[in-house]
Ligand binder design. Sequence first.
Ligand code: NAP
Length: 251
Amino acid sequence: MENNLLVLGGTTEATALCQSLSAAGIRGTVSLAGRVLRPVRQPLPQRVGGFGGAQGLARYLTDHAISHVVDATHPFAAQMSSNAVAACADANVPLIALTRPPWQAEPGDDWTHVSDIPGAVAALDRPAMRVMLAVGRMHLAEFAPNPQHFYLLRLIDQPDAPLPFPDYEIVQDRGPFRIASDLALMRAHLIHLVVSKNSGGTGAHAKIAAARQLHVPIIMIDRPAIPARREAHSVAEVLAWLAHTGTDRGV
Ligand code: NAP
């Protein structure tokens, strides 16, 4: 059976993987959730939108005769990743996740670890500060309990709904970001505190390095748990796995 991959994307790493797959002439489709108005142009044919849970994804895999799934979603896309584990087991399609290690605190870093978004909200229950809130557009409403802060928000698209806090500024931009510009941004807005997901990788790391240089503390949101699956840490590892993993269902 010829390869026919499904890449679960939405990250810089997924786009790089699709470039390599396309260059190697490997057939596949990249799937995006559809959260961003103008997604980055993909080097493979793309489909957009949810599958309808794990069952919907299992049906998609069968209906489209998918030979392999590569989960290259963001480490915080836990629902999609869990669905991929369940659906691939159900449809008997080999799965690998392209993952990046979490960032580790280095000398000079001042991190407070919290386990999730509610943990970050609880940690912000303190007198007003100037906060760079780097949690993405989808979670902003959860920060309503702490309207006392000024929030600097860097977003790809404008929020869909009015924000539940009065004092904020939106900078519309898309990664990868550079340390020099993140230093300038944090200085210009007199940022005292950063709230960040522990995304890992290089594209969003500039704010972490900038915070270290400016002695700005970080509330670091640890990653959600995802069921065990095979993992690769580089495009080369994914390609090697593809070369050695049978494409006949059940192999
Ligand atoms: P999520 O909470 O795990 O997913 C929620 C639902 O969205 C999934 O159950 C699925 O719907 C749909 N979905 C998610 N990723 C999809 C994909 N690649 N293709 C098709 N459907 C998808 O995910 P999320 O955190 O909202 O992230 C959404 C997308 O943004 C992902 O592709 C991720 O790589 C990207 N992203 C996320 C973050 C982040 O911080 N979470 C940061 C950067 C990029 P159904 O159940 O209907 O299939």
